[in-house]
Design a protein around this ligand. Structure first.
Ligand code: KG4
Ligand code: ZN
Length: 341
C-alpha cells in the first residue's frame, strides 16, 4: 500500500510517501528553524503561516521524489496531535482535502506513535523486524517518556517528565550560553571537546524508584553555576566543559532509567527515538549500557529522529492494516496522549 503522510505539528512542514509501512520512497522536510531563530524558540503564529505557504509544494515534492502520481496514493494521513493547534490544522486539513478528492481513506496519527515506531523504519532498505514487547525511550523537544510497547496500539507509559523535556533542557541551557536555537546540536558539538566530569551537575530523580524524569532543576543548576562564575569574575569558564558536564547529567539519567525500565518489564529489545536521540553521547552510552546488560538496541536513524512525515505514514499503514481509519470530521488534538491514563 502507498501512503502519503503529512506532518506539521511544530516547525517542520513535512510530507513523505511510504510503501507498506516500511519502505520510504520519499521524505521531504522543510524546516522553519531560520525563521524562529531570532525569537529563541518556535513562534506558533509564524509556524502556522509558514505551513500554509509551503504545504502544497512540500506534498508535490514528496510525490515527485517518490516517482508516484497522486492517483496512485491509496491512503492519506496527517499528525493530529500532540502539537501546536494552528500548525496541526494545516496538515490535517490538507490530508483531509486530498483524501476526499481522491476518495481514499484518511487517518489522523498520534505524533508520539510516529516517534515510537520510527526505529523500525529506514536502515537503508534492511528494515529491522518489529517484535514485541519492547521498551521505547522517546526523547524530543516536547517529550521525554518510557513506554512499554506490547503491540502496535498497545502502549503503557511507564514514566515521563514532570517538567521540562530533555530536548527543552538542551535548548534552555544553550540559550543561557548564547548558543542559539535549537540548542541540542550546538551543545552536542561543543561537548565533544569538553570534559564530562569537570562539573558535578545533579542527576535528578536518578534514584526516585520510578520511571519519571525532571530536568528543570538541572537547568537551574547550570544557571546558578554561571551566575557564581561571573560573580567571582571567572568569565572564561570553559563552555566546552560545561556542555559536556550538562550533557552527561542528562544522558546518565536517560540511560539508567531506560535500562531499569527494560529490566522491570523483562523485554529483550530497547528502542530510542525523537530529536535528542541524535545526540552522540546518548547514542554511545545507551549502546554501551545495552551491550553490558544484554539488551538488543535499535536507535532511530539520525534523519528519522527529528520530526518527519515518513514515521507518520508508517504508523498510518500499521493502523490501516488493522482496518482503522478516521472520519473526515476528525479534529486536531493539541494535547493528545499516547495512551489512556
Ligand atoms: O523530535 P524533535 O524534532 O521535535 C519534537 O517533537 O520536539 O526534537 C527536537 C529536539 C530539540 O529540543 C533539539 O534541541 C533536540 O531535539 N536535539 C538534540 C540534538 N539534535 C536535536 N538534543 C541533543 N543533542 C542533539 N544532537
Ligand atoms: Zn517530534
Amino acid at each position: 500500500m502507498l501512503v502519503l503522510g503529512i506532518e506539521t505539528s511544530c516547525d517542520e512542514t513535512a510530507a513523505a510517501v511510504v510503501r507498506d509501512g516500511r519502505e520510504i520512497l520519499s521524505n521531504v522536510v522543510s524546516s522553519q528553524i531560520e525563521l524562529h531563530r531570532p525569537f529563541g524558540g518556535v513562534v506558533p503564529e509564524i509556524a502556522s503561516r509558514q505551513h500554509l505557504r509551503f504545504i502544497d509544494q512540500v506534498v508535490r515534492q514528496a510525490l515527485d521524489a517518490a516517482g508516484v502520481a497522486i492517483d496512485q496514493i491509496e491512503a492519506v494521513c496527517a499528525t493530529r496531535g500532540p502539537g501546536l493547534a494552528t500548525s496541526l490544522l494545516i496538515g490535517v486539513s490538507t490530508a483531509k482535502a486530498i483524501a476526499a478528492a481522491r476518495k481514499v481513506p484518511f487517518l489522523g496519527v498520534n505524533h508520539l506513535e510516529g516517534h515510537l515506531l520510527s526505529p523500525f523504519l529506514g536502515h537503508s532498505g534492511t528494515q529491522a523486524p518489529m517484535y514485541f514487547p519492547f521498551l521505547s525511550l522517546i526523547v524530543s523537544g516536547g517529550h521525554t517518556m518510557l513506554v512499554h510497547v506490547r503491540a502496535v496500539g498497545d502502549y503503557e507509559v511507564l514514566g515521563q517528565t514532570m517538567d521540562d523535556a530533555a530536548g527543552e533542557a538542551f535548548d534552555k541551557v544553550a540559550k543561557l550560553l548564547g548558543l542559539g536555537y535549537p540548542g541540542g546540536p550546538a551543545i552536542d558539538q561543543l561537548a565533544r571537546e569538553g570534559n564530562p566530569t569537570a562539573i558535578d551537575f545533579p542527576r535528578s530523580m536518578l534514584h526516585s524508584g520510578d520511571f519519571h524524569f525532571s530536568f528543570s532543576g538541572l537547568k537551574t543548576a547550570v544557571m546558578y553555576y554561571l551566575k557564581k562564575q561571573s560573580a567571582i569574575g571567572n568569565r572564561q569558564s570553559e563552555p566546552r566543559d560545561l556542555c559536556a558536564s550538562f550533557q552527561e547529567a542528562v544522558v546518565d539519567v536517560l540511560v539508567e532509567k531506560t535500562i531499569a525500565a527494560a529490566r522491570a518489564k523483562t523485554v529483550q529489545l530497547i528502542t530510542a527515538s525523537g530529536g535528542v536521540t541524535c545526540n552522540t553521547r546518548l547514542r554511545e552510552k545507551l549502546t554501551a549500557a545495552c551491550q553490558r546488560s544484554g539488551f538488543r538496541l535499535l536507535l532511530a536513524e539520525a534523519k528519522l529522529c527529528t520530526d518527519n512525515a515518513a514515521m507518520i505514514a508508517a504508523v498510518a499503514d500499521a493502523h490501516l492494516q488493522r482496518g482503522h481509519h478516521s472520519e473526515l470530521t476528525l479534529d486536531v488534538e493539541p494535547n493528545l496522549a499516547l495512551a489512556p491514563a
